[in-house]
Design a protein around this ligand. Structure first.
Ligand SMILES: *[C@@H]1O[C@H](CO)[C@@H](O)[C@H](O)[C@H]1NC(C)=O
Ligand SMILES: *[C@@H]1O[C@H](CO)[C@@H](O)[C@H](O)[C@H]1NC(C)=O
Ligand SMILES: *[C@@H]1O[C@H](CO)[C@@H](O)[C@H](O)[C@H]1NC(C)=O
Length: 629
């Protein structure tokens, strides 16, 4: 029985993919720019070309160049550098647009090779007679992901017959000049741009997720400036899928979907048994939608950008913080109404439609000039899908191309408009109002919450809820966040410089060290001064102990001792020393006397020997013997 689970999972996955595939066949609109041939006269005219979904198209602008068709490596699948070919334009000449043939390798690789050889743009000639298609980036396979992010030139696909005409003109020695024009790629009817981003809260899907997260962070500043100025109306969207009817009660559908199989997301790890489930992702997506709705109701729709970027930093899957609790902390720090958001989210277990998610599913289907949304992430500007790299500069160009001429905000004309997001609600970052210290820093990319360095002292923490002074000198700053107090010129502090991040009440106190340290009553607690002769008096942070009668208190041993015993024993010591000295002197005198006497004896005998007969010569050695005895 147990082994039937796996195949069922596979079938289910297949069905999910099938529903997805159906959407793909639906209506995928190929976004176009125009390509105008200026010379030779024989092929002059305007043609459509399809904008590649990587690189940086020049939305709102145009670019002129000379078409070059390489002699070999015509598909551009190999590096041009290897054969020593360079497409770099000579000074004063028009830039070179490299024409390559479709086939044999990824579109993106052809463009990458041409860019490396100095091409300014790439035209790919289709090898089939068919309507134009969108050149998409390959599913990231590691190797290609590394270069796709670095493609900065624009690219376009042209149809087979137009390609043949270009090649023929070049082979006949004509100079082929063309203009690539993106000015009409985005409709620009009025002075407000409506744009939407189809996004996802899943932060662990590899290269694509990393790129999306990076884009959200990068673009936040510009998005908020545009929205606050009333120049744009932004709406975030989230894609969900539904579980096929027959499987709604299966374990898999239950773990990947909300509302009984109605709204599903793929499992983040693509493993149904571990980690986060698709359900967790849908739930967070729903929360982000509701954050937008509630923020939009209070006329501050741009707070959504703060929420998603903060959530991504504070609640990543990697750290197992991708959950409700963490999300609610972010909501609170941004001052959003949590109750309203909960109400908007409704009951995820209910066997009925969720109005918010239902609306999203309906919106996935294309309307008017916009095709169905099938790729994540997708940016839609004035109801046209954006093509190209999801990168701040390129996206800003596309949005700016959506304003009617002369109505574009200054952010489109010059550098970025600077605003200080820290001025409002401290940007949702940590702050110590009393000490005038904040973790909010205004930057070019919007605000960041980062613990500061104050007077050379580094603060550490998450920057949102806490920052604590750390390292040398930390007690100088607001006493390291610890308790401190002084009374009658005596001061105590619970901060110790080398005890990182800790507050410890000093000896004689007890408490948490942060909010309070209470004096310990050493007398009542019978901690000290307990000998029968002692009398104890508590003081703030310490105690005083005195001994009755003639006794003396010794603090180290917490005991009373007699003062007189002390004196007696001192005199004894003095006497012992004196006697010892006297004995030593006496001993020395005796030795001296003996030495002196034996010396005089031998002198006298030596003198007398001079008057004695020779036979008494033995006297001297004997003398020595006697001395030895
Ligand atoms: C892409 O650019 C980054 C820095 O801009 C560089 O570190 C990296 O090596 C480049 N990748 C490739 C494949 O050239
Ligand atoms: C956001 O608010 C505006 C009006 O303030 C409204 O037109 C728009 O539909 C709202 N968007 C969403 C998604 O509720
Ligand atoms: C807080 O510090 C900033 C600079 O660090 C200063 O501009 C501001 O006036 C200070 N505010 C108060 C209330 O001291």
């Amino acid at each position: 029985m147990g082994c039937s689970e796996r195949p069922k999972g596979a079938i289910l996955l297949g069905l999910l993919l099938l529903t997805l595939a159906e959407i793909v066949v639906g209506r995928f609109v190929v976004e176009k720019n125009s390509l105008r041939v200026l010379s030779p006269d024989s092929i002059k005219g305007t043609h459509d070309s399809a904008i590649g979904n990587f690189g940086i198209p020049q939305y709102g602008g145009r670019m002129g160049g000379t078409v070059v068709y390489p002699r070999d490596n015509r598909k551009g699948c190999k590096s041009f550098d290897d054969s020593g070919i360079s497409f770099k334009a000579k000074a004063g000449a028009l830039p070179n647009f490299v024409l390559v043939d479709r086939g044999d390798c990824f579109f993106a690789l052809k463009v990458w090779n041409a860019q490396n050889a100095g091409a300014a743009a790439v035209l790919v000639a289709d090898d089939l007679d068919e309507p134009l298609i969108t050149m998409d980036s390959p599913e990231e396979d590691g190797a290609s992901a590394r270069y796709i992010a670095n493609i900065t030139i624009p690219s376009a696909l042209i149809d087979k017959s137009f390609g043949e005409k270009l090649k023929k003109a070049i082979s006949e020695g004509d100079m082929v000049n063309v203009n690539l024009d993106w000015r009409e790629a985005v409709p620009h009817p009025d002075d407000r741009v409506e744009y939407e981003l189809w996004t996802n809260s899943n932060d662990e899907c590899g290269v694509k997720c990393d790129m999306l997260m990076e884009f959200l962070k990068d673009f936040k500043g510009a998005a908020q400036v545009l929205e606050k100025g009333g120049y744009t109306q932004f709406t975030p969207h989230y894609i969900t899928w539904y579980c096929p009817q027959a499987f709604t009660i299966s374990k898999q559908c239950k773990s990947q979907c909300l509302n009984h199989g109605r709204y599903c997301a793929p499992d983040p790890e693509q493993d149904f048994s571990t980690g986060y489930e698709g359900k967790d992702v849908v739930l967070e997506n729903l929360r982000q939608l509701c954050v937008f709705r509630v923020a939009n109701e209070t006329k501050k729709p741009w707070v959504w950008w703060d929420y998603v970027t903060d959530f991504q930093i504070r609640c990543p899957m990697k750290e197992k913080k991708y959950n409700k609790e963490c999300a609610e902390q972010v909501i609170n720090s941004l001052g959003l109404d949590l109750k309203k958001i909960e109400k908007c989210m409704g009951d995820p277990e209910a066997d009925s439609d969720n109005p918010v998610l239902k609306e999203e599913q309906d919106a996935q289907i294309g309307k008017g000039s916009r095709g169905d949304v099938t790729i994540l992430p997708t940016l839609v500007v004035n109801n046209r899908q954006y093509r190209g790299k999801l990168e701040k500069g390129a996206v800003l160009k596309a949005i700016c191309a959506g304003f009617e001429e002369t109505t574009e905000p200054s952010v489109c004309l010059g550098g970025d408009v600077e605003t200080n997001e820290c001025l409002e609600n401290n940007g949702g970052c940590w702050q110590d109002k009393a000490a005038n210290i904040t973790a909010c820093k205004d930057t070019f990319r919007g605000r960041v919450c980062e613990c500061p360095v104050v007077n050379g002292v580094q603060f550490k923490g998450d920057g949102y809820r806490s920052c604590v002074a750390s390292g040398p000198g930390r007690c100088r700053i607001n006493n390291g966040g610890c308790w401190h107090e002084s009374r009658n010129g005596v001061a105590f502090s619970a901060c110790v410089d080398n005890e990182e991040g800790k507050c410890t009440c000093p000896p004689g106190f007890k408490g948490d060290g942060v909010n309070s340290c209470e004096d310990i009553d050493e007398c009542k607690q019978k901690k000290a001064c307990q000998c029968p002769e002692c009398s104890c008096k508590n003081t703030w942070g310490s105690y005083e102990c005195t001994c009755g009668g003639d006794l003396l208190y010794i603090r180290d041993h917490d005991t009373c001792i007699s003062k007189t015993t002390e004196v007696k024993s001192a005199w004894t010591a003095v006497w012992i020393i004196l006697i010892a000295l006297a004995l030593a002197a006496g001993g020395a005198y005796v030795v001296y006397k003996r030495r002196l006497r034996s010396y005089m004896d031998s002198e006298i005998r030596a003198i007398m020997a001079q008057y004695m007969p020779l036979d008494s010569q033995n006297e001297v050695p004997n003398h020595v013997d006697e001395d030895r005895a």
